[in-house]
Design a protein around this ligand. Structure first.
Ligand code: GLU
Length: 464
């Protein structure tokens, strides 16, 4: 069997959108599953709308998601000579022709057709011109079949067919010599040997035109899989109204790429009731045939749930590295103070995003916490003050800070003073964190270390 070749072909006119990322992911997964190639092609022929910034944003998004490409990036803007060559070939073969109809005349005919209730369509005026008109401006049109039908078996949507009479004699080259979209896609997909085209279903209507071009050029027609669009909760097409649609915005909000990948693949593809897929697992299980026909609905809660899962089960060392920029944004220097990896371990269970984790980590690196009067009055009752003073004294005498010995110290203190654990833990927690919700008190002390723990409790005791 010949090699499976897939591609992702974004236009660099904006950031990497959630929908585009999912299309890229499906292509990538299939390429990896089949041991084929994944090619990146940048469709930048629209010079006015394409920007370097968008290009970089797209590459950054793909890299973040781990969607590495085997060939490319190729740029359509480098291929103008190739497109020219194919236009010439088609003109020579008679599968394309020059059309001299002026835009004004075409517009008049269009209006007339609409007013008479006909579908506007090129009427073929220049289709059978025998002579060229030297010096006159022209476009090049594809000589499309006038009868019959063009059909294909979409790997997701099933059989789709179009009547050829519905299709126009497509312009393949504009008056200024630039090629048009449907033409460049076909030339590139054909010359790059693309075997399966997976793309958004907004391209379904382009497909019969493209198939006719393949046939006219004598190239094999690839398989097509048109992925349904993504909707917001209100069933309208996913847009900024529904929240962030840029993949990188999710990184900035503290999502992990593996959560994003897992979420994106499940937006349209399913495998029984399974929700969580490691990448290797996905590569094995993915198939384009099990992508559903109906639109996926973007559900931010589900994404959050997956992210929490990946944070909980993630490697603390890696999470610590990812956390650093979030801490820096908050003015926190994690190079001094407790070991960040240990800090992360205490927060994994309780953080749904890296942003939440960063917020939760701030107190570890704030030696001089702000204690407010009301909370001090609440937590540091005379009894609590005595207990905390005693706690400080015992901590000073302790040199083993293991979880078990800290637990034993608390147990002994509570037993001797005949108080419940929370009588000590609540004021101590407040002194150590400046708040009332935090990781377990033993973990806290273990991570902060003896001296810092003593410093904070003493400071709270001394704050009037
Ligand atoms: N450049 C097109 C787009 O961004 C993709 C075309 C295709 O995949 O065939 O929608």
């Amino acid at each position: 069997m010949s090699e499976v070749r897939l591609r992702f072909a974004p236009s660099p006119t904006g950031y990497l959108h959630v929908g585009g990322a999912r299309t890229a992911l499906f292509n990538w997964l299939l390429a990896r599953k089949e041991g084929g190639k994944f090619i990146l092609r940048i469709e930048d022929t629209d010079v006015a709308r394409s920007t370097q910034e968008s290009l970089e944003a797209i590459l950054e998004g793909m890299t973040w998601l781990g969607l590495d490409w085997d060939e490319g990036p190729f740029y359509q803007s480098d291929n103008f000579p190739l497109y020219r060559e194919y236009v010439e070939k088609m003109l020579a073969a008679g599968t394309a022709y020059k059309c001299y109809c002026s835009p004004e005349v075409l517009e008049k005919k269009r209006e007339l057709a609409i007013s008479e209730g006909r579908k506007p369509k090129y009427d073929g005026t220049c289709r059978n011109l025998i002579e060229e008109v030297p010096g006159a401006p022209f476009v090049v049109r594809f000589r499309a079949p006038l009868e019959g039908e063009t059909a294909f078996d979409d790997l997701i949507k099933g059989r789709i067919s179009f009547q050829n009479e519905e299709l126009d004699d497509l312009i393949i080259q504009r008056t200024d010599g630039t090629p048009t979209y449907n033409f460049t896609v076909v030339i590139d997909d054909a010359t790059m040997g693309i075997t399966t085209v997976i793309r958004g279903d907004d391209h379904v209507n382009n497909t019969p035109r493209q198939i006719l071009l393949y046939e006219a050029l004598g190239y094999p027609v690839p398989k097509f899989a048109h992925v349904p669009m993504i909707l917001g909760a209100d069933k309208a097409r996913l847009s900024k109204r529904h929240g962030a649609t840029s993949v990188m915005a999710y990184r900035d909000m503290g999502f992990l790429p593996e959560a994003m990948v897992n979420y994106l693949v499940r937006l349209g593809w399913s495998y029984g009731d399974e929700e969580i897929f490691a990448l290797e697992d996905l590569i094995q299980k993915f198939s384009i045939e099990s992508v559903g026909r109906s639109a996926g609905v973007f559900n931010p809660d589900k994404l959050l749930w997956l992210n929490a899962h990946y944070i909980k089960t993630g490697d603390p060392q890696r999470l610590a590295e990812l956390l650093v920029p979030f801490l820096q944004e908050r003015g926190v220097d994690s190079s001094v103070g407790p070991d960040l990896v240990e800090v992360v371990r205490t927060l994994q269970e309780r953080s749904r995003t890296m942003l939440e984790m960063a917020d939760g980590a701030i107190f570890y690196y704030t030696s001089d916490l702000e204690y407010d009067e009301k909370s001090l009055a609440k937590f540091f009752t005379p009894e609590a003050r005595d207990l905390c003073t005693e706690l400080v004294a015992r901590l000073k005498a302790m040199d083993d800070l293991s979880h078990d010995s800290i637990a034993a110290l608390f147990d002994r203190l509570c037993a001797e003073k005949a108080v419940k654990m929370k009588a000590v833990a609540q004021p101590a927690r407040y002194a150590l964190t400046g708040g009332s919700a935090s990781p377990g008190i033993y973990e806290l002390i273990g991570v902060l270390g003896r001296d810092e723990t003593i410093h904070r409790i003493q400071r709270a005791l001394d704050t009037k």
